[in-house]
Design a protein around this ligand. Structure first.
Ligand code: OGA
Ligand code: MN
Length: 279
């Protein structure tokens, strides 16, 4: 993580909300990994478990920096199978322009974000390897959340996530201005992004993810390279931007929910609904 830190020199407007909570299709983490639902934060993880070291790194970096980058996450072969599924899906024409909350339907939304997206759960036809990726990420996040000595991962009780958002920045300077994924406690605590871009040369193609960790006088610049996965806290600790991309740039994003924040957000929404319908 240290090697991604740089001094900041670009400023954009901040505080742009993403889409509303209901526009995040939810999915279940059941059926993946172990039977976590009733576990307390005391799960004993066998050090010979193949994901033990990865979980340790996630815990260490999320606790220390709030951001964690892992390279060669699936390995080339499995990464290529995921990429092929994404390419096939993109060609099928199902990707739509990304939406904004603060201004739904605003005609210049594209000046804020110009990616094209689709939501999937990994069980659709021709998405088998994406499903495998999702299960692997679930496994790591859930284990790192439940195991002993889990640092700041222990601040949460992760019990769900969104579907996977598959995003394409189709070159031509497409970008996403500086924003916070979850500025208003909608329940999402961790953002996980898996990148699919072979031979990505950031000097030629741009498309850098720049994170501005709160209270730090440094930024983290993350190149969206093939088979890299990135985790960061989704709240105001991590404003970030996607700098203009000049080649087609693909990523798959999952947002994990904290059960308590999610329940509080639902309650608030319900109360608001009742208040407005009784008028
Ligand atoms: C997002 C986002 C970052 C990236 O979709 O909210 O910030 O690197 N994406 O694609
Ligand atoms: Mn974001």
């Amino acid at each position: 993580m240290n090697s991604y830190l740089r001094s900041p020199h670009i400023k954009y407007n901040s505080g742009i909300d993403r889409v509303k909570m209901k526009e995040y299709p939810e999915d279940s983490v059941k059926g993946s990994a172990a039977p976590f639902s009733n576990m307390l934060n005391s799960y004993y993880m066998d050090p010979t478990d193949p994901c033990y070291e990865i979980c340790q790194r996630v815990i260490r970096d999320m606790t220390q920096y709030g951001v964690c980058v892992l390279n060669n996450f699936l390995g080339r072969e499995r990464g290529l199978l995921v990429l092929n599924e994404v390419l096939q899906m993109y060609r099928s024409g199902i990707f739509k322009a990304g939406q904004l909350v603060s201004n739904p339907g605003c005609t210049d939304a594209q000046t804020i974000r110009s990616d094209r997206i689709t939501w999937i759960d990994g069980k659709e036809p021709h998405c088998y390897h994406i499903g495998q990726l999702i299960s692997q990420v679930d496994n790591i996040i859930l284990k790192a959340n439940k195991m002993a000595n889990n640092g700041k991962m222990g601040d949460y009780n992760i019990d769900g996530r969104t579907k996977a958002m598959v995003a394409c920045y189709p070159g031509s300077g497409s970008h996403y201005v500086k924003h916070v994924d979850n500025p208003n406690k909608d329940g999402r605590c961790i953002t996980a992004i898996y990148y699919l871009n072979l031979d990505w040369d950031v000097r030629k193609y741009g498309g850098l993810l720049r994170v501005f960790p709160e209270g730090l006088n440094q930024v983290a610049d993350i190149e969206p390279i093939f088979d890299r996965i990135l985790f960061f806290w989704s709240d105001r600790r991590n404003p970030h931007e996607v700098q203009p991309a000049y080649a087609t740039r693909y990523a798959i994003t999952l947002w994990y929910f904290d059960s308590h924040e999610k329940a509080a957000a639902r309650k608030k929404l319900k109360e608001r609904g009742e208040a407005s319908s009784s008028k």
